[in-house]
Write a protein that binds this ligand. Structure first.
Ligand SMILES: [Mn+2]
Length: 233
């Protein structure tokens, strides 16, 4: 049996529709996983049942995290939020930590995990963070636009190697205050935390960039997703 990875669904407010970017599913399949999109719900019993069917959880990109998650009021430049996702992801993250089930966070995923575990976020980088680095690239997304330094001794360094790596970047929020429960694993050239991990867990890693857009011509993306799937088996 392949490793079943539960994906947090994407939600389209305008169409009132659940959907998924194919890259998330394709790269998981390419690495030997069986991706399954979860129902969008804040119902704990339903999520516990869904969680028990999964070998790992992928916290996907998507809406902005509600500032209420990190105890701040919403600013006018914060994007659309999705309260059901915030509730759902909190329940699933707690289950992952309690049962030490592997999880990977991507984009919103790293932001939610950091915020939920006691950190905070920039609600909008252009408004709150002075930088010339391109974090919100235009298509095509399968190309590098900035560098990150993967920190020595991190789990991420074990997977893709320490030192400078090039990444794509499509985010307008980012980690402001680091959660006391996580450690930094990569930092962008302008000083933003772009990867975090929780030590002593089977696989508890989150990144700010997008392997699901980049895996076809970026070996780092495959190494990362493969390490996640290997931990799920
Ligand atoms: Mn970035």
């Amino acid at each position: 049996m392949k490793a079943v990875t539960g994906l947090i669904p994407l939600y389209d407010d305008e169409k009132d529709s659940f959907w998924m970017l194919p890259g998330y599913m394709k790269v998981l399949e390419k690495c030997g996983g069986l991706p399954v999109m979860l129902p969008l719900t804040g119902n704990e019993e339903e999520l516990k049942d869904a969680f028990s069917l999964c070998d790992g959880i992928l916290f996907t990109g998507g809406h902005d995290v509600s500032p209420a998650v990190y105890g701040e009021s919403i600013k006018e430049y914060c994007g659309t939020i999705c309260d059901t996702r915030d509730k759902m992801e909190g329940i699933l993250l707690n289950l992952c930590l309690k049962e030490d089930k592997p999880f990977l966070g991507i984009c919103r995923g790293i932001q939610f995990i950091n915020a939920y575990l006691g950190g905070s976020l920039y609600q909008d980088l252009p408004a709150e963070y002075d930088t010339k680095t391109e974090h919100h690239m235009t298509p095509p997304y399968d190309r590098a636009v900035h560098k990150v330094e993967v920190l020595t001794g991190s789990r991420l360094a074990d997977i893709i190697g320490e030192g400078v790596h090039e990444v794509n970047s499509y985010h307008h929020q980012a980690i402001k205050k680091l959660s006391p429960m996580v450690r930094k694993a990569a930092v962008s050239e302008d000083g933003l935390t772009e990867a975090i991990e929780i030590p002593d867990k089977k696989f508890a890693l989150a990144i700010q960039w997008h392997p699901e857009f980049f895996y076809e011509n970026n070996p780092d993306s495959i190494k990362l997703i493969q390490a996640f799937i290997d931990a799920c088996i």
